[in-house]
Design a protein around this ligand. Structure first.
Ligand SMILES: NC(=O)c1ccc[n+]([C@@H]2O[C@H](COP(=O)([O-])OP(=O)(O)OC[C@H]3O[C@@H](n4cnc5c(N)ncnc54)[C@H](O)[C@@H]3O)[C@@H](O)[C@H]2O)c1
Length: 276
């Protein structure tokens, strides 16, 4: 018999991972990393076309993946995706809560974010973000946990942000078309809430073999404008934004037995942003 090594602890062979927001910038990386470790992955997203395209790309690479339409703000939609995952794969061993409203400053998103300063920020925009980023996480988790309790095991990873730990330094956001772009408060509040939710759940499921942790990524470079990228880089010890693949291993660590003694905690991968 060959000796088991530390690398075996990272295997997700035979496990199923449901990733909300699985068609997003990082969502696509998370699903790829989990599939590479052997998991069946459910790419669940409000954007069904993008989810289908990504699941198809994973399948073509030889991984097991399916796409599902998911609106995390709708309890029935969450329950449906869990039911579909169980039907397809027989279990949901891992839930990654990645779906979010994440106002970005990369070229694809410039002009789409709410440009208002705090004094003029609308209650509708505030509620909309909290509904997706916080209540959506609650609903997706509530729909998934019964299957984990039935199986007697489960792992949940909630995606936070450095802005859940530190207040955004609004000075790094450049002026575009004569308007200063503010990072809105609802994002920070929701992400801080993600950590409270993580600790609550971990404690609530004590003795049930369900581990709950958070992953806190720093800003991932996505062809941002040079001023923003330079301003961001100057605030990190590493002197740069994250590369798109630099959250993969942390995600796999949290989802696998490699992190078997970790629950109610937060893994920060931010190039030293929050240490400075
Ligand atoms: N990209 C970064 O630099 C960065 C940094 C720190 C934290 N984060 C966090 O990481 C997570 C993933 O980020 P990303 O870069 O993939 O974001 P993204 O904006 O690229 O993707 C978010 C995904 O969530 C989906 N979504 C939105 N509303 C939904 C809903 N109601 N139901 C289901 N899906 C919905 C979107 O369709 C999209 O595919 C988010 O929680 C984000 O806040 C990202």
């Amino acid at each position: 018999m060959t000796e088991k090594t530390v690398l075996d602890k990272f295997s997700l062979q035979g496990k199923t991972a449901l990733v909300t927001g699985g068609a997003g910038l990082l969502g696509k990386r998370f699903t790829l990393a989990l599939a590479q470790a052997g998991a069946n992955v459910m790419v669940a997203d409000l954007n069904l076309d993008a989810a289908q395209a990504h699941a198809e790309a994973l399948t073509q690479k030889g991984y097991r993946a399916h796409a599902a339409m998911l609106n995390v703000t709708e309890p029935e939609s969450c329950k449906q995706v869990v039911a579909d995952s169980l039907k397809l794969y027989g279990s949901v061993d891992v839930l990654v809560n990645s779906a979010a409203m994440d106002p970005k400053f990369d070229p694809q998103n410039l002009g789409k974010q709410n440009k208002n300063a705090f004094e003029h920020y609308s209650p509708e925009a505030w509620r909309f973000t909290l509904d997706i980023n916080l209540t959506g996480m609650f609903l997706a988790t509530q729909a998934t946990v019964p299957a984990m309790l039935d199986a007697g095991r489960g792992v949940i990873v909630n995606i936070c942000s450095t802005y859940g730990l530190n207040g955004p330094d609004q000075r790094i956001y450049p002026e575009v078309d004569g308007q200063v772009l503010y990072k809105p408060g609802d994002y920070s509040v929701a992400k801080a809430g993600v950590l409270g939710f993580t600790r609550y759940l971990a404690a609530y499921y004590a003795g049930k073999n369900i581990r709950v942790n958070a992953l806190t990524p720093g800003g991932v470079f996505n062809n941002h404008n040079q001023t923003f990228a330079d301003n961001y880089a100057a605030k990190t010890i590493m002197g740069r934004m994250a590369r798109i693949d630099e959250m993969d291993a942390a995600m796999l660590f949290l989802c696998s037995d490699a992190s078997s003694y970790m629950t109610g905690s937060n893994l920060v991968v931010d190039g030293g942003w929050t240490a400075w």
